[in-house]
Design a protein. Structure first.
Length: 232
């Protein structure tokens, strides 16, 4: 083991892990991970003192701590090798991956360390140990995270196209989607946008794809069929 990655809020878990590891294996790198939209440690370490955040907005509420703890901060600033941050989409992808492949239900905060390694594996020298902690997640939030994670992984796509409002237009659009073997989840029509002509309609289609390559294939198929995507 050469690297240990730990999800980090106030810093208690990271400080404890770092103390334990460095006491027996000081050469092992210990890296903390925070959500980008709730990361108090980077600025605090730069300033040399705990600094409070004025706002936070992250799904990883378990590590959304606005100010580093004084005791953990003193330890972390001395022995932890680095603090990384992860985006909301990276966290969602990690939650989805752990659920699908590892069969583990992990809350966003507990998946932050995994998210960092998945997003930037080159930054972590192997063998890597990742701390996964916390399974407290609301069912409705989990549903949202799964959909968000699928979109981030290129497996869920929403496209809006503008067509003539006449019989057969929807069938032609769906035929173009069928040719790429994408699965239609939901369809909606918008006829009252001020930017529409009286004979036009916007069709919003939500589709499931197998991944980024399949998503790009669908977009190419729509373009080749003459559809201009006005939003996605």
């Amino acid at each position: 083991m050469k690297t240990v990655v730990v999800c980090t809020g106030g810093g208690g878990l990271l400080a404890g892990v770092a103390l334990a590891i460095k006491s027996v294996r000081p050469e092992v790198r210990v890296i903390g991970v925070q959500a980008e939209q709730g990361a108090a440690y980077p600025a605090s370490l730069k300033a040399g003192t705990p600094i409070a955040l004025t706002s936070m907005n992250t799904m990883a509420d378990g590590i959304a701590v606005g100010r580093p703890g004084a005791v953990p901060f003193a330890i972390i600033s001395n022995i932890v090798d680095d603090i990384a941050t992860v985006s909301e989409s990276e966290i969602a992808r990690a939650v989805l991956m752990l659920l699908e492949r590892a069969k583990l239900l992990v809350e966003p905060a507990g998946a932050a360390a995994t998210a960092a390694v998945l997003a930037r594996p080159q930054d972590f020298e192997p063998p890597v140990a990742v701390v996964i902690s916390g399974g407290n997640v609301d069912s409705l939030l989990l549903m949202h995270i799964i959909r968000y994670g699928m979109a981030a992984a290129g497996r869920f796509l929403t496209v809006r196209v503008r067509v003539l409002d006449k019989p057969g237009s929807l069938a032609q659009l769906l035929e173009a989607v069928r040719k790429s073997n994408a699965n239609v989840v939901e369809i909606a029509h918008s006829r009252f946008d001020p930017g529409l002509s009286v004979d036009e309609v916007d069709i919003v289609v939500q589709v499931e794809t197998r991944g980024p390559e399949h998503r790009d294939e669908l977009l190419r198929q729509l373009a080749e069929s003459g559809y201009e995507i006005i939003d996605r």
